[in-house]
Write a protein that binds this ligand. Structure first.
Ligand SMILES: [Ca+2]
Ligand SMILES: [Ca+2]
Length: 444
């Protein structure tokens, strides 16, 4: 009897083992059992360039849902469907796992050598040939769009390029009678006299009262067509640079005409990115409202200071740009704080005062939270708090800013009875004049 039980037990165990090993067999979509070495990743191409994408498939025809893909080595990323993006030079493997079997191919990721173009760009800058440098950076990018040094150089010059583009030159000529040069080299060689003349002509914009040389809406159109695209182009390039944690650029003494070389790393790149975001945010912000005026008393004109038809979109773009600004400044501060190299050649060296650094991080974090999530309690001074809701301010913009401009009220506490002291929800905690008065007293 015992022997029978033992036999049954052995039989059952064997059956379980047999079934479980059967489950691990590799089966194709027609239920044919395959040997693991019959699995093939294709294409078998073993060399890719940084930035290149490659769709990989596993054959014979398999249940695609059951295939999982992975990359071995920091050479790129692969998604669930086998789409690989090469992001970094190096040697690695693409691995496909299927029903307990795995198959791999070796991949080498390389870059097209653009050192000639980059070296020429450097010596162009040292020799004051900025047009030559721009040309060389663009040549390098046409060969290797993800090259970080070329992206960094081109980002700087893309922004400067605005000064000489045809749109800018047309406005300068037609509105201010100023002839701007068509290339960088002439722009930088502008004499002191021509620079003064240009500034004087441009200042007629500020002096003009009832008949501005150029209407604010024309400036807004220029911002939209020329400035914002240039800033966006630069921001896209800086994001590529930021993806390379080892990025270094040396500003040689010949470039800067200073007595020593300076080093640019991601600390400076993040700060530059944040600054470009700040400019973009402000431009989007001023573009959201109508500032055109036709009389000496714009505050009496119904359309003055009202949200434009594309105003909400501009306010949202402003919110996103301010948000990216806080993100990049936080990233920059953290990057610089973690640096261990000699700081004497860094353009932005480490904070000497950890308390100052922590305070910057704290307030940037609060502003970021307010932009992303809304109402945020910000301690302005110990004991003086304000709830600030930047998300509401930008997402549900004020339709007419004139409602909030009451010089009378500010000087004599003579506000209209329905005056919105929260400024459309920007300061939700301050609902009355007295709320503001006691807050102002507490921060004195
Ligand atoms: Ca350094
Ligand atoms: Ca640094």
């Amino acid at each position: 009897m015992k022997k029978t039980i033992l036999f049954v037990l052995i039989f059952v165990c064997g059956l379980v083992l047999f079934l479980s090993s059967g489950c691990g067999k590799v089966i194709d979509s027609s239920n044919n059992i395959l040997e693991p070495n019959q699995l093939i990743i294709s294409p078998s191409k073993s060399e890719l360039l940084v930035g290149e994408t490659q769709q990989y498939t596993l054959s014979p025809t398999l249940d695609a849902q059951s295939i999982s893909w992975e990359v071995v080595g920091a050479i790129g990323e692969i998604d669930a469907k086998g789409l690989f993006v090469a992001t970094k030079e190096g040697q690695g493997e693409i691995v496909a796992n299927y029903n307990g079997a795995s198959v791999r191919i070796s991949i080498k990721v390389t870059r097209i050598d653009v050192s000639t173009e980059l070296n020429e760009a450097k010596s162009d800058i040292e020799n004051g040939d900025i047009d030559g440098a721009y040309d060389n950076y663009n040549k390098a990018l046409s060969k290797d769009p993800t090259n970080t040094e070329a992206n960094f150089g081109a980002a700087m010059l893309d922004v400067l390029q605005v000064a000489i583009d045809s749109n800018t030159r047309n406005i300068a000529a037609s509105k201010f009678n100023v002839t701007l040069p068509t290339n960088f080299n002439t722009l930088f060689k502008h004499t002191a006299t021509t620079k003064t003349a240009s500034i004087l002509s441009l200042s007629s914009f500020a002096q003009a009262t009832t008949t501005p040389a150029i209407m604010p809406s024309e400036v807004q159109e220029y911002i939209k067509k020329t400035l914002l695209p240039a800033l966006d182009k630069a921001l896209n390039r800086l994001a590529i640079v930021e993806a390379n944690p080892d990025f270094k650029f040396v500003v040689t003494r010949k470039m800067s005409k200073r007595e020593k070389d300076y080093e640019v790393d991601l600390g400076e790149v993040y700060s530059l990115d944040a600054t470009v975001c700040l400019i973009k945010a402000m431009l989007c912000h001023v573009s959201a409202y109508n500032w055109d005026y036709f009389t000496d008393h714009p505050l009496n004109e119904p359309n003055f200071a009202t949200l434009k038809s594309d105003g909400s979109a501009n306010m949202e773009a402003a919110r996103q740009a301010y948000d990216r600004m806080t993100i990049k400044w936080i990233a920059g501060i953290n990057y610089i704080d973690a640096e261990t190299d000699d700081q004497s050649d860094d353009i932005i060296p480490k904070f000497n005062d950890p308390a100052l650094k922590n305070n910057c991080l704290k307030y940037l974090g609060l502003v970021k939270n307010s932009l992303e999530n809304g109402a945020t309690n910000i301690e302005i001074k110990p004991g003086a708090n304000a709830i600030v809701d930047l998300k509401t301010f930008f997402s549900s913009p004020i339709s007419d800013l004139k409602k909030f401009i009451t010089a009378n009220g500010i000087y004599s506490n003579n506000f209209p009875p329905d005056y919105d002291f929260t400024l459309n929800g920007l300061f939700p905690g301050f609902k009355t004049y007295d709320n503001w008065a006691s807050f102002c007293a507490s921060i004195k």
